[in-house]
Write a protein that binds this ligand. Structure first.
Ligand code: SF4
Length: 194
């Protein structure tokens, strides 16, 4: 899943993660931080939580388990990266039952994840692993649901949890709040790079 370097884009020699962090904040993230991947807590138990299929995406989304790959392999892949730029978005809800508001905030977050990918490719061009929140939502209905191949394999985004990352601990490590108050929904994303 760590994308190959693309010709004609940044060669990474002048890449400044702190500058990218400021760009991400400028795009609407509430907070962003650069941390060492060594400090991230990975836990294979997250796979069991996905398998309980509370969200209904298990086996139905190409970027969700089990389709996304074996958890040990994904953790190993993530650990080949040295640093992570972690960011969060916070959406406002009418009330705690505002499902539409949660979906809209999730869409805005995923849009930001794609913008971060484009910015990273433009400014760095190194290999990177982009992770988002929940299953990939690029297509209204994931091709995994109908047994077809992924329509946008170069842009599909797996979640932090699919890679075994403990997001509540990640938030604390980044000095961010995991929950941002009543009638809000918080989503996390990250780009891991070498
Ligand atoms: S790009 Fe579309 S088909 Fe591929 S994982 Fe995402 S939602 Fe599914």
């Amino acid at each position: 899943m760590v994308g190959e370097r693309m010709p004609g884009r940044g060669d990474g020699t002048a890449f400044d993660p702190e500058a990218l962090k400021e760009d991400i904040l400028g795009l609407g993230a509430k907070a962003a931080a650069v941390i060492s991947v060594n400090s991230i807590s990975f836990d294979t138990a997250f796979r069991d939580m996905c398998a309980s299929n509370v969200c209904g995406n298990y086996g139905k989304n190409h970027m969700c388990p089990p389709n996304v790959g074996e958890i040990d392999d994904l953790i190993r892949e993530a650990k080949t990266c040295s640093r992570a730029l972690v960011y969060q978005t916070v959406g406002l809800l009418e009330d705690s039952y505002d499902f539409e508001g949660m979906m809209e905030a999730g869409k805005l977050h995923n849009d930001l994840v794609q913008k971060v990918r484009d910015l990273f490719d433009k400014t760095c061009g190194k290999k990177a692993l982009h992770l988002g929140a929940g299953g990939c939502r690029i297509c209204p209905v994931c091709a995994g649901k109908t047994g077809e191949p992924c329509r946008f394999p170069d842009r599909a985004i797996p979640s932090l949890e699919a890679y075994g990352i403990n997001v509540s601990e990640l938030a604390a490590q980044c000095g961010m709040r995991y929950i941002n108050g009543e009638n809000t929904v918080t989503y996390f994303g990250a780009v891991l790079f070498r």
